[in-house]
Design a protein around this ligand. Structure first.
Ligand SMILES: *[C@@H]1O[C@H](CO)[C@@H](O)[C@H](O)[C@H]1NC(C)=O
Ligand SMILES: *[C@@H]1O[C@H](CO)[C@@H](O)[C@H](O)[C@H]1NC(C)=O
Ligand SMILES: *[C@@H]1O[C@H](CO)[C@@H](O)[C@H](O)[C@H]1NC(C)=O
Ligand SMILES: *[C@@H]1O[C@H](CO)[C@@H](O)[C@H](O)[C@H]1NC(C)=O
Length: 331
């Protein structure tokens, strides 16, 4: 009997030990993952010298609609949790050469327009006004730079929430209002970066729904763009097709005069939830290889005769986003 008890105790101790070892191994793997995430940001991501327009003399005389920009998808959801899409804070993203920021908005419990992931209970990255203050402060210090914003209006809220945040943050002073010569039906009627910089209107803002001419500097995204499919879990990104606006397929002449947003962020399914695929980010955001950022952008060029204007990615500091952008711009 005594012997049997000792046996059971030994077995229990052994089982606990195995569980403990598994837990420690899992923790070590997690730590390695985090370190892996941090290390390449220093190696692969270069701060650009501020020459010319958005870092390049060659871009100064190019129309806004003829420039490819790497874009940070869900730019405000910064962190190391599974739902976080980015590693770098907004100022650091801008400092690293990213000039196109996409951000999701919702109303928080107090009715403030905030940067929330699906719901403010899940992830709340602060108010839109604070986000705009960060961008405005950065624009103040960088007079040769043009920043593009793509906001989504997750709660279909009144445009006045947006205009209040733009006014309070002074972002409205930088915000581009289409010139009289700007015709949404003609892609090339976009001003050049030089013209935007000279006019001081260096913040180009789009909203996916709820825009109206009553706030002329918040442009209706789908008057200017179409987008490829998003939330894909297929790592090969085998298409460059029009997903939104849905009916645009039927109007190829209209589609030909819209800029292209290529959604190149990969999701992975975990317990029935789509989460950003952090582990494969470097492969997803590479210049070449099956399913890479470069490969899908080149596919867009082949199918539509022009490169995408926005390349939306998660973990913009991973991989070779800036390199892919520069290659598409011809340098
Ligand atoms: C841009 O165009 C202007 C006017 O045509 C010209 O004077 C200027 O030299 C050009 N700048 C560059 C960098 O090509
Ligand atoms: C800009 O124009 C060049 C020459 O037509 C073209 O190859 C390139 O794809 C265009 N890029 C964009 C973003 O429109
Ligand atoms: C949105 O807000 C504006 C200004 O406060 C107001 O005039 C307008 O009626 C509102 N629209 C809706 C649909 O609530
Ligand atoms: C914009 O361009 C289109 C196509 O050339 C033309 O039909 C339309 O009248 C123009 N709109 C304005 C406001 O000039």
């Amino acid at each position: 009997m005594q012997f049997w008890r000792t046996q059971v105790r030994l077995q229990v101790v052994l089982n606990y030990s195995i569980v403990l070892i598994l837990c420690i191994t899992e923790m070590i793997i997690t730590l390695i993952n985090i370190i892996e995430q941090l290390a390449p940001r220093l190696q692969h991501f270069h701060t650009q010298p501020e020459l010319g327009c958005n870092g390049h003399i060659e871009l100064c005389n190019r129309s806004f609609s003829n420039i490819t920009q790497i874009a940070s998808h869900d730019s405000a959801f910064v962190g190391i949790l599974p739902m976080d899409n980015q590693n770098l804070e907004i100022t650091h993203q801008l400092g690293s050469g990213v000039r196109f920021l996409q951000a999701q908005t919702h109303l928080d419990g107090l009715g403030q327009l905030s940067l929330c992931h699906t719901d403010c209970g899940m992830k709340d990255s602060g108010t839109v006004q604070d986000f705009l203050v960060t961008i405005t402060n950065w624009l103040d210090k960088h007079p040769q730079e043009v920043v593009t914003l793509l906001l989504t209006n997750g709660d279909y809220t009144n445009l006045s929430h947006f205009s209040e945040a733009f006014t309070a943050s002074r972002a409205s002073e930088y915000a581009y209002i289409p010139l009289p010569t700007h015709n949404t039906s003609i892609l090339s009627s976009w001003p050049t970066l030089n013209q935007l910089i000279a006019s001081g209107k260096r913040l180009v803002t789009f909203l996916d729904s709820g825009a109206s001419p009553s706030v002329p500097y918040i442009l209706n995204e789908f008057d200017y763009f179409w987008e490829t499919p998003f939330d894909t879990t297929d790592p090969t990104f085998p298409q460059c097709t029009i997903s939104r606006p849905g009916k645009l397929h039927a109007y190829p002449d209209v589609a030909a005069e819209r800029m292209i947003i290529m959604n190149h962020f990969l999701d992975t399914e975990v317990l029935g939830m789509d989460l950003p695929d952090r582990r494969d980010a470097r492969k997803t955001n590479a210049v070449s290889g099956v399913g890479s950022l470069g490969a899908q952008a080149r596919l867009c060029g082949e199918v539509h005769g022009r490169a995408p204007v926005g390349l939306l990615v998660d973990y913009v500091d991973q991989g070779e986003g800036i390199r892919a952008q520069d290659l598409l711009n011809g340098f």
